[in-house]
Design a protein around this ligand. Structure first.
Ligand code: NDP
Length: 306
């Protein structure tokens, strides 16, 4: 069996070591033009040339949860595109989102500034019941985040394409449920995949439908957000602030207004990192299952886009 590693911006050697340990009987190599045909490939942002050369590929394993960049390419016919299915990402995402929500809810930025200025001051506690949080996308990551937020007794709403039931979470679905979902939320957490249906979904109209003083946490993809619309809503005080981990252009350009905006917190696309050992173990299990003709979780539907 040939397993090919073709990942941009990723140090290959530790992945090769891990995959070779999992498949001592296989050839595991980094792809280069003219390399033998792969049976399975472990990829991140592979070049089109790599895909064009694959005639026998059975599994294309993306080392991330989002497959938007991969689905833009022309894929070999019949190949199964398989995403990472949690592999240690959902707990990181829950940490990140809970941190961002609590930091905003408890006004920790304000306290930090006061302390730096030598001030011992109190702020009025906010009403938790008036601080409802909406999670867009109730998949592997969104569901974990929604459940984690419930631990702190925030009212939590969730929105997905198809109906879902999550204990303690008020769920909405489809276009029909979108308006009610938005109008119930003060904080909006985006965990949707980037597809033609969800591109630009965070815009002046949708963000403007949040409760007054809305707050956005975007941890999915930069192209979900119309950046100028967020800036305008902050400028007019219709929204209170945002925590953003993803951007339309990454790295964020040096002159971008988000860098120094007083009400925007940014992080460099780090909310849920790919954990190598967990990912290799998961991918190895799935390669074995595919080879044995068994079903695997996390197979992407290219028409749906996730
Ligand atoms: P999943 O595929 O497991 O879940 C996607 C969810 O979005 C599902 O609940 C799905 O609904 C819902 N959804 C999709 N399209 C629509 C739509 N048109 N309207 C309403 N709901 C929709 O994905 P994950 O939870 O694993 O990951 C989500 C995204 O997070 C990834 O695609 C990626 O872009 C991003 N991500 C970001 C990271 C970071 O570090 N910033 C790290 C990892 C992922 P249904 O359940 O009905 O199918």
């Amino acid at each position: 069996m040939n397993i090919t590693f073709c990942c941009t911006d990723t140090k290959a050697q530790p992945w090769l070591d891990g995959l070779r340990a999992a498949f001592p009987e296989a050839s595991v190599e980094v792809w280069e033009p003219g390399a033998p045909q792969a049976d399975h490939a472990v990829v991140w942002a592979p070049p089109q040339q790599f895909l064009d050369q694959q005639q026998a590929l059975k599994g294309l394993f993306n080392i991330g949860a989002g497959v938007d960049a991969l689905l833009k390419l022309h894929l070999p016919p019949g190949v199964k595109v398989v995403r990472l299915d949690d592999a240690g990402m959902s707990v990181q995402m829950a940490e990140y989102v809970c941190h961002a929500v609590i930091r905003h809810f408890r006004e920790f930025d304000g306290y930090e500034a006061d302390v730096k200025a030598g001030k011992w001051s109190y702020r009025k506690p906010r009403d938790r019941q008036d601080f409802s949080i909406g999670v867009m996308g109730l998949g592997v990551l969104g569901e974990r985040v929604a459940r984690a937020l419930r631990v702190f007794d925030f009212p939590v709403h969730g929105w997905s394409r198809t109906p879902k039931a999550i204990e303690g979470v008020v769920t909405h679905s489809g276009e029909a449920g979108f308006d009610t979902f938005l109008s119930n939320c003060r904080v909006l957490v985006n965990l949707l995949p980037l597809t033609p249906d969800t591109r630009d979904i965070l815009n002046r109209d949708t963000l403007g439908r949040l409760k007054p003083g809305g707050y956005l946490i975007n941890v999915a993809r930069g192209a979900h957000l119309v950046e100028a619309d967020l800036l305008a809503l902050l400028e007019s005080d219709q929204m209170a602030g945002a925590t953003l981990d993803v951007f339309r252009t990454e790295p964020l350009p040096a002159d971008h207004p988000f860098w120094n905006h007083p009400r925007i917190t940014i992080t460099p696309h780090t909310s849920a990192r790919t954990l190598r050992d967990e990912s290799i173990a998961q991918i190895a299990g799935k390669i074995r299952a595919l080879e044995a003709g068994q079903p695997v979780a996390g197979v992407v539907d290219p028409v749906r886009g996730y």
